[in-house]
Design a protein around this ligand. Structure first.
Ligand code: UDP
Length: 337
């Protein structure tokens, strides 16, 4: 297929681009580069040996999107572009709603005008809120008391996809609810490159390891978990990327929703230990108060994706730590070397 990959220069997008190309698909990267780098696309081309076309565009500008895509030939859209900083979304709710909703709406309208029916949407386990049971399957209630406009924007986008499909039954859509992506391509050429102080655990740890930050703050050790720190389901970004390709290749009319996770829960201290083992670097840390909005445990039941997409994770947390460290140590300043 010829796949329009929005957010294709970002962390998940760049790995997804590579896996799509490996599987014989053509990729057109669409990105506004507000939180990503052209260098990432250059490296996708370098690793794949394919010259990847790029459209620089803010998708929430509907007229600009219509103009820019008018002449572009594609069969499917994987929509990853969006704002994703949870804390920032609390400070700038209207910006998060506008950008994240307008871009999905513009894309779906353009697809319908053009008769392009295949749509994969990047959602998040954050739509489950504070879970009432774990591991979380897709039947778990979603969109109840979410802690941030970011989370709500993901949930509202899911509703928009469902609404669009009801009105346009030819639409073939998949909603992918990601758990916690970590790791990098084993070459060390592409990886996660957050701007400013990382919000997420793994890039914070790798920046401590490379000497950019003094110590990790562990956000709370009083949760009801085996060691008191938060438990998450970490998934290697290449496993996640393969999940997108599996979903695209099995897409059918309707909207299907899948959890993409490993099914394994790891605490903050488990991740610190796994990283120390994999990298040989000590990670000093201090326990700090819990972060607002965080929940004790988020762990996937990935059974539906395993069964229906014939997909499962194959890479361990240790491999993810090794690959994250390989990326960060080769690129201490990310793409901005
Ligand atoms: N965390 C932490 N210190 C950090 C960043 C995260 O202790 O600097 C914890 C956080 O409280 C959660 C886990 O690590 O339990 C994963 O957080 P992250 O922000 O990576 O992902 P989230 O699950 O919040 O989307």
């Amino acid at each position: 297929m010829r796949v329009l990959l929005t957010g294709g220069a970002g962390y998940i997008g760049s790995h997804t681009a590579l896996v799509l190309i490996e599987r014989g698909h053509e990729v057109i990267v669409l990105d506004d580069f507000s939180n990503s780098s052209r260098e990432a696309v250059r490296r996708i081309s370098e690793l794949s040996g394919v010259d990847v076309p790029v459209i620089e565009l803010d998708l929430s500008d509907r007229e600009a999107a219509q103009r820019a895509l008018a002449e572009v030939d594609f069969d499917a859209v994987i929509h990853l572009a969006g704002l994703k900083a949870v804390g920032e979304s609390v400070e700038q709710p209207t910006r998060y709603y506008r950008v994240n909703l307008d871009s999905t709406i513009a894309l779906l309208d353009i697809m319908r005008e053009r008769g392009i029916t295949k749509f994969v949407f990047s959602s998040s386990a954050t739509v489950y809120g504070d879970p009432i049971y774990v591991p979380i399957d897709e039947a778990h209630p979603a969109g109840v008391d979410l802690a941030s406009p970011y989370g709500w924007s993901k949930f509202m986008n899911e509703r928009i996809v469902h609404g669009a499909q009801t009105a346009w039954p030819e639409l073939e859509a998949v909603v992918l609810r990601y758990f916690n992506p970590v790791g990098a391509h084993p070459s060390g050429r592409i990886g996660e490159d957050p701007s400013g102080i990382p919000n997420n655990l793994m890039p914070f740890i790798t920046q401590v390891a490379v000497g950019k930050r003094e110590r990790l703050s562990v956000f709370g050790d009083g949760y009801n978990t085996p060691d008191g720190t938060g438990v998450r389901d970490y998934i290697h970004v290449l496993d996640l990327a393969e999940g997108h390709v599996a979903a695209l290749e099995r897409i059918a009319p309707g909207v299907e929703t899948y959890n993409l996770g490993s099914g394994i829960g790891s605490s903050v201290l488990d991740v610190v230990r796994a990283f120390e083992q994999a990298s040989g670097q000590a990670i000093p840390y201090a326990v700090m108060p819990a972060r607002a909005g965080d929940v004790a445990v988020l762990q996937a039941d990935p059974g539906r994706a395993n069964a229906e997409l014939d997909w499962r994770t194959t890479r361990s947390l240790e491999e993810a730590c090794r690959d994250s460290w390989n990326w960060q140590s080769q690129n201490p300043a990310g793409y901005h070397a």
